[in-house]
Ligand binder design. Structure first.
Ligand code: KIV
Length: 277
């Protein structure tokens, strides 16, 4: 078996991600919220599937990530894990801990991280925040649950920021972000998402850490990239931020298919004799 064939079949682990960083291999990450999509992503060779709390926006139609509950996240994550297992079982599955499932106390965070891991056998959880959640990250990783951090624009804090604009453009916030990344690494995080920060800062953070950085709107120097699946597939008509590369316009493709179906039903063109019993 050659090297790439071997890598295709092996489930991606935190160790593997470290090796990828050390070997200069970029890490690909996409979100997914359901079984069918998870199967496609795993088959296509994605390294990590993030069951993002962006499900709150793109799946449930809320305007922020705040309303989604831990049970709703577990529902999505169960479907994604099932999909990966039924495909090549290669992709690592990381589940977002939703707003207020880890902020109240270390004990509650640990209980909820454990609930997520036990109920759907994903590989890791993701939490937003730096020094403020460092003890919590340590507590969770100490019991053996891998934690991915998330710095820069943290959508769960949108009411504090008041907008989704680029973060850490100024001195103090940038310095703090650099420190926070290092604090998360020391607390045991295996990777850190950097969302919507200047490329130069993301590059500096990436160089300063042993663990991989995964960028979204953070430039090409990050060790990996993450995007929301609905965005790269062009499912949302209204959302076209600069950091998204849209690979296909599925919104239009689906609309056309549905229009054709409606037409075929109305015209009694469907079902045909071949499509009937
Ligand atoms: O919830 C999510 O989709 C995320 C990514 C955008 C990083 O956190």
């Amino acid at each position: 078996m050659n090297r790439s064939a071997h890598q295709k079949s092996a489930h991606v682990t935190t160790r593997r991600l470290l090796d990828m960083k050390q070997g200069g291999e970029k890490i690909s990450v996409l979100t997914a919220y359901d079984y069918t999509m998870a199967r496609i992503l795993d088959r296509a060779g994605i390294d990590i599937i993030l069951v993002g709390d962006s499900a709150s926006n793109v799946f449930a139609g809320h305007s922020t990530t705040l309303p989604i509950t831990i049970d709703e996240m577990i529902y999505h994550a169960k479907a994604v894990v099932r999909g990966v297992k039924d495909e090549s079982n290669r992709a690592m599955v990381v589940t977002d801990m939703p707003f207020m499932s880890y902020q109240l106390s270390g004990e509650e965070a640990l209980r909820n991280a454990g609930k997520i891991m036990k109920e759907h056998e994903c590989d890791a959880v993701k939490l937003e925040g730096g020094r403020v959640i460092a003890d919590t990250v340590k507590r969770i990783t100490d019991v053996g649950i891998p934690v991915m951090g998330h710095l820069g624009l943290m959508p769960q804090s949108i009411y504090k920021y008041g907008s989704y604009k680029v973060r850490a453009q100024q001195g103090l916030e940038a310095e703090q972000l650099l420190e926070d990344a290092s604090i998360l690494e020391q607390a045991g995080a295996f990777a850190v998402v950097l969302e919507k920060i200047p490329s130069a800062l993301a590059a500096e953070v990436t160089r300063s850490l042993t663990i991989p950085t995964i960028g979204i709107g953070a430039g090409v120097e990050c060790d990996g990239q993450v995007l929301v699946i609905n965005d790269i597939l062009g499912l949302n008509r209204e959302f076209h931020p600069r950091f998204v590369r849209q690979y296909v316009d599925l919104n239009t493709v689906i609309e056309q298919a549905v229009r054709q179906y409606v037409h075929d039903v109305q015209e009694k063109d469907f079902p045909s004799a071949d499509e009937s019993y």
